[in-house]
Design a protein around this ligand. Structure first.
Ligand SMILES: [Fe+2]
Ligand SMILES: [Fe+2]
Length: 257
C-alpha cells in the first residue's frame, strides 16, 4: 500500500500551499491514501475548525490528524461527527474512537491512529499503554500512527516500542523535518518529524518578527501566520501485503503562490 503523509499545515497560507502542491505529490507517488496533519490549519495558526477540515479534504486529504491544538478552535463534535477527522486518542477528554480511523479502500485497508507524546508537552494519558489498548481492537495489516510529540527521545522510544506492530510511526509537532527516516528492524517506518506546510520565510510558520519578540523578551505575543511561498513537507511510506514497511522517503515540495 502506498501512503502519503503531510506534516502540520499552518494557517490559510499553509492550506493554499497544500492546495497547489498536493495534487502533484499524490500523482508523483501514485498513493492509495493521503493523510494530512491539520492541527494548525486555522487562519490564526493554531487549531482547526470544521471549515478548515473541509478545506483540507478539498485539497485531497482522505484522513486528517491533529495534536495538542486540536481542541483550540473546535469541540469534540468535530471529531465524533466525522470519522476521518482525528484528534489524539490519549487526550484526557477525548471520546472513544476519536483518535482512530479505519479506511477500507477495497484492495487495501488501513487503520490511522493519532497519539500525542507527554514529554515537555501536555500531560495526557500515557501513549505507550494507549497504543496497546488500541491495537487490541484493530484487525488491519496496515496501521499508520501520527505521533504528535515534542521530545525526540520519546518519539524514538515510542517507535521502537511499536516496531513490528504497526506499519509506520511518523512524528509531527515540531514543524521541522528531520533527517532520520528509516525502517526499524521489525518493519516499522519511522521519522522523528515529517515537517510542515508553511511559508519559507517564517519561524515554524509564524511571522519571524513576532517570534523574535516572544523569544527575546518572553512577551505574550499574538502570533500571526507568515504569508508567501513555501513548502509542503511529508513522507511517503510503502508497505507489503503484510503491512510491513518496505520504503520510506521524505519530501519537501516548494510551492509558489
Ligand atoms: Fe503543529
Ligand atoms: Fe502541535
Amino acid at each position: 500500500m502506498k501512503i502519503l503523509f503531510v506534516g502540520d499545515v499552518v494557517g490559510e497560507n499553509g492550506v493554499n500551499l497544500l492546495r497547489k502542491g498536493l495534487p502533484e505529490l499524490k500523482k508523483e507517488y501514485s498513493c492509495d491514501i493521503c493523510i494530512v496533519n491539520g492541527e494548525n490549519s486555522n487562519e490564526s495558526g493554531t487549531g482547526m475548525n470544521s471549515r478548515d477540515a473541509q478545506d483540507i479534504f478539498a485539497c485531497g486529504a482522505d484522513v486528517i490528524t491533529g495534536g495538542n491544538h486540536s481542541m483550540r478552535r473546535a469541540n469534540m463534535a468535530l471529531y465524533t461527527e466525522n470519522e476521518f477527522v482525528l484528534c489524539p486518542a490519549n487526550l484526557l477528554y477525548s471520546e472513544e474512537g476519536c483518535g482512530v480511523a479505519t479506511v477500507d479502500l477495497g484492495r487495501h485497508q488501513i487503520a490511522v491512529i493519532n497519539l500525542m507524546g507527554v514529554a515537555f508537552i501536555d500531560n495526557h494519558r500515557n501513549p505507550f499503554f494507549e497504543l496497546d489498548k488500541i491495537l487490541k481492537n484493530i484487525d488491519c495489516k496496515n496501521i499508520f500512527v501520527d505521533f504528535h510529540a515534542e521530545s525526540t527521545a520519546e518519539k524514538q522510544a515510542f517507535a521502537n516500542y511499536a516496531d513490528g506492530r504497526v506499519s509506520a510511526v511518523i512524528g509531527t509537532h515540531t514543524h521541522v523535518q528531520t533527517n532520520d527516516e528509516k525502517i526499524l528492524p521489525k518493519g516499522t517506518a519511522y521519522i522523528t518529524d515529517a515537517g510542515a506546510v508553511c511559508a519559507e520565510n517564517s519561524v515554524l510558520g509564524v511571522q519571524p518578527q513576532l517570534a523574535v519578540e516572544k523569544q527575546k523578551y518572553l512577551k505574550p505575543v499574538q502570533f500571526k501566520v507568515a504569508e508567501g511561498p513555501g513548502y509542503v513537507d511529508g513522507v511517503f511510506v510503502e508497505t507489503d501485503n503484510q503491512g510491513k514497511a518496505v520504503k520510506i522517503e521524505k519530501f519537501r515540495k516548494f510551492v509558489k503562490l
